[in-house]
Structure formats: C-alpha cells, structure tokens
Design a binder for this molecule. Structure first.
Ligand code: SF4
Length: 480
C-alpha cells in the first residue's frame, strides 16, 4: 500500500469519484466536469484529471490534463481553456491500490487501433494481478500500477473482436471481478458501467441536452443537472445522440446478490446525495436514532466528530431528547502540503485539523458520535481533546459495527492485526480510547438503516465477502 497516503484526521479513504458528460448540442463540457469534480472532492484528494474530446473533430483526438492535489489547486483557468470538447470524463483519486503518483492519476487515455478511450474508475478489482500478468505475457506494456489500466486494456482488446465499444465493455466485465463504477469516453459515446454487486454508486443526470454520469447526485446538483436514475448494479449504459440512453442489463444479478458498500452511507458519500433511492442523510439520521435506542446513556449534550459524525449525532439527539451541540471546530484550510504520510505523524494532524470548543463542553457529560473506529489512535486523541477541554464524561457511540476484517473493494480498511477491534471486546477498546463508555451500531441495524430493501456488503464486519477475496493482499501488489 502507498506510503504517500493522503491521511486526514478521519480514518478511512475512499478510492475515487468519477464524472462524465456529453453535450449533444456540441457545447464545451470541461468547466462543468471541473465543478462536478469539485463537488466529488470528498471521495479523493490525491490527484485529479479531466479528458475531453470533440466529437465533430478528428476521431480519437483527446485533450487531457491531470495532476496531484485538489481540483481547485490542480486546474487553473488556462488549463480549462485548453480543454475543449463536447464529451469528457473526469476523476478524483484516493489511492488504495497503486501508489500516489502523477502517472497513476486518472482519467486514463488509451490510444488503440479503433480510436481512443478515456476511462475513469472507482473501486478495486480482486483479480487485477492475474489479469495484469495475463495481459503482460501477451505483450501489454503498462504505464501505471493501477487496476484501471487493466480494465482499459481489456476493453481495448475486446473492442478488436466486437462490434461496439459497449459490447467490449461487457466482455471486459465478464473477466474482471470486484468493485467498479466506470465512466468511459469513446470518440462518439459516453458509457457508464457498474459492477454486478453495485459496490460503488453511479448515477445518470441531464441538463438540457447534456447527459451526465457521476458517482453521486450532489455532483448533479452542483452543475444544475436533474437526476434521471441510478445505473443499476451490473448495468452498462451507453449515451449517444443517435440513441439517447441505451441499457444492457445482461450482467445484472438478482437483487439478493447486490452488495453496496455500506460505508457509502455511513461515511464516504456526501449527506446531500441519494444512492439507489436512499438519502445518505436519512441513513445517518437513522443510524444515530438506532444508537440512541440501543445504547442509551444519560448526558448533557450529543456531538458529532466532523463531518460524517454530525448527522448521526443529530439522529441520536432527536431520538434521545438530549440537546445536539458542536464540540469541535474544524480547520478546513489544510491542503495537501500538510498531509503527513506515516502513522507516527497521524496524531498530530488530528490536533491541527480539529480543536475542541472549551466553552461548549466544559463541565458537561458528552456523547460523542463518530462513524467508525479503525486503529483507535484518532479516537483516543479526540476523547482526550474533549477531556482536556473540561468535559466531565465522554461516551463514545459509533455509527457502524466494529471493523474485524480488511476490505478488498476500494476502501482502505487495513489488515486485521491493525484493527483495534481485532481480538478485543468493546470494554477493552473503551479502555484504550479512554472513554467512559463505548457502543457500536448493531450489525443487524445496517439493512434497516438503508430502508430494509437494499443488498449491502458487510464484509469488513463479518469476513463474509460478496466476492471471494484474493488469497494474498492485492493492495499495492505492483509497488513491490
Ligand atoms: S468490505 Fe466494508 S468497506 Fe469494503 S465494500 Fe464491503 S462494506 Fe464497504
């Protein structure tokens, strides 16, 4: 795994955000893609990029720009002025597989005999190493260490023996296993595809005669587009002026096999997004309410660890009748230059990014809600911060069950022995983090939290994964 990891005071990283747009009237899409990526920035802060093409111009001419850093740092007005095209894809990245370098930034642009592909990918494949070896032994030369290039190669190869790029995407999907939401630009088509389990979200939107694919609905709102629908797990959508939106559902699985990453609702996605018909905000409120019902405690104030703990804290307050308050001030102006890669530095970044509000917490019994505990070092520091600010008691409630297993699908839940809950019970963990009490969301509450009707993945809590995990650790395989 990358040592250059973008480490915030929060605990988990999501792999990426994707965005694609096609203006059937021939207007320039680069600026809207830029704003779409800005609104997906929470999904990845290491690198970003945009690739565009002019569908009326020479077939296969793609202009792209990508760089390290935040979208608003990487792109200047001049960069955007150079990106002229009516079809395009964009990407923000957080690396869970493949190191944090400029070559690994996306979108990937691939030139091959049938033209050019631009590809943006969110997720992790479990069989990328095997596929990469297979491809390498038949002549492929890889420029990056990311799974996404494996997908791009497979599509390019399949395109040589299929009638259309969407058919090639379908054939590639039969070979890849794991989590992926893809946005692909061919010279004349915009294609979206979601893995058959639906690990990662992908939505379709429209603004006048422009069609949009995006990881989250908040990106549609940002650019003034209307939500049309979610891409279904296993579905391939092809967007073109000739046919509008065409759908191929031949890879779809029965609903019972769907396995959306529950952390999209708990933590990754923005609360103003909707995923598969469920509001992220409502799911977090529900989690807070369940915690209040299942693990009540007498206290003076409920607070959230910003940002994703805030909504669950409100849910707890609404259910319990205990006032909701703010205990922390977050410094939002810390850019990449401050990011510290190694564990020994992680704790200091907590303090720089968060400070306790002494006048709000002094003398009070506090219920503090956070979305998860991974290694425990962050929670320990935040509990101490509240005590130092004069809190009389600190009761921690966590809006997810304990992590006991790693994730192989694009979330950097680490190996078992790095997880605080591994081989420890709740009392042990409570002592380590120094709280007066600790309770997690019950695993049986997860389905209810998202309305009771959605197939979800719970692999990192149960060790039962919807897709067989790889035998070795696939993360960072090609860094070694
Ligand atoms: S194992 Fe956990 S983090 Fe990974 S996809 Fe499943 S629910 Fe999400």
């Amino acid at each position: 795994m990358s040592e250059n990891r973008c480490e915030s005071y929060k605990h988990l990283g999501e792999e990426c955000g994707v965005f694609g747009m096609y203006d059937f009237d021939g207007g320039n899409v680069a600026e809207s893609i830029y704003y779409g990526l800005v609104s997906l920035q929470h999904r990845g802060q290491e690198s970003c990029g945009i690739a565009v093409s002019d569908t009326a111009g020479p077939k296969g001419k793609v202009i792209s720009y990508k760089d390290m850093g935040l979208v608003n740092e990487a792109f200047t007005p001049e960069h955007l002025d150079n990106l002229v095209g009516d079809i395009g894809v964009g990407h923000v990245r957080y690396s869970t597989a493949g190191s944090s370098t400029r070559e690994n930034a996306q979108p990937l642009v691939l030139n091959y005999v049938k033209g050019t592909l631009g590809l943006a990918h969110n997720g992790n494949l479990v069989n990328a190493p095997e596929l990469r070896n297979e491809l390498a032994y038949t002549g492929a030369i890889f420029q990056t260490t990311i799974d996404s290039e494996v997908i791009a190669y497979l599509i390019a190869r399949e395109r040589l023996v299929t009638n259309s790029v969407e058919e090639a995407v379908g054939k590639a999907m039969q070979k890849i296993r794991g989590a992926y939401s893809l946005v692909i630009m061919s010279p004349r088509k915009l294609i979206g595809a979601r893995d058959p389990y639906g690990f990662k979200p992908l939505v379709i939107g429209r603004r006048e005669n422009c069609y949009i694919l995006a990881s989250e609905t908040c990106a549609l709102d940002t650019i003034g587009a209307t939500f049309i629908r979610d891409v279904e797990p296993g579905e391939i959508v092809t967007i073109s002026p000739e046919y509008g939106i065409r759908s191929d559902k031949s890879m779809c699985l029965p609903k019972e096999q769907h396995a959306r990453c529950i952390f999209e609702y708990i933590y990754f996605s923005r609360p103003d997004s909707m995923i598969d018909g469920i509001s992220v905000y409502d799911a977090r409120i529900a989690a807070g309410r369940f915690l209040a019902k299942d693990s009540p405690v007498d206290a003076d104030m409920v607070v959230g660890v910003p940002e994703s703990g805030n909504v669950a804290a409100l849910g707890y307050a609404l259910e319990s009748g205990i006032p909701y308050g703010q205990a922390f001030v977050k410094n939002s102006y810390i850019g990449r230059t401050f990011i510290k890669p190694r564990q020994k530095n992680r704790e200091s970044s907590v303090q720089v990014k968060l400070n306790a509000l002494k006048s709000a917490v002094a003398g009070k019994r506090i219920i503090m809600i956070d979305d998860s505990i991974v290694r425990g070092t962050t929670s320990d520091r935040i509990v101490r911060m509240l005590r130092d600010a004069g809190a009389k008691e600190v009761h921690m409630r966590v809006s997810s069950p304990p992590f006991l297993w790693p994730c192989y699908f694009g979330t950097d839940v680490p190996a078992k022995d790095q997880l605080i809950a591994y081989n420890r019970n709740v009392d042990d963990i409570c002592k380590i983090i120094g709280a007066d009490s600790l309770a997690y969301l019950g695993i049986e509450r997860l389905e209810e939290m998202v309305g009771g009707n959605l197939g979800i993945c719970k692999g990192c809590f149960t060790g039962k994964y919807p897709v067989d995990p790889p035998t070795g650790d696939i993360r960072g395989e090609f860094e070694r």
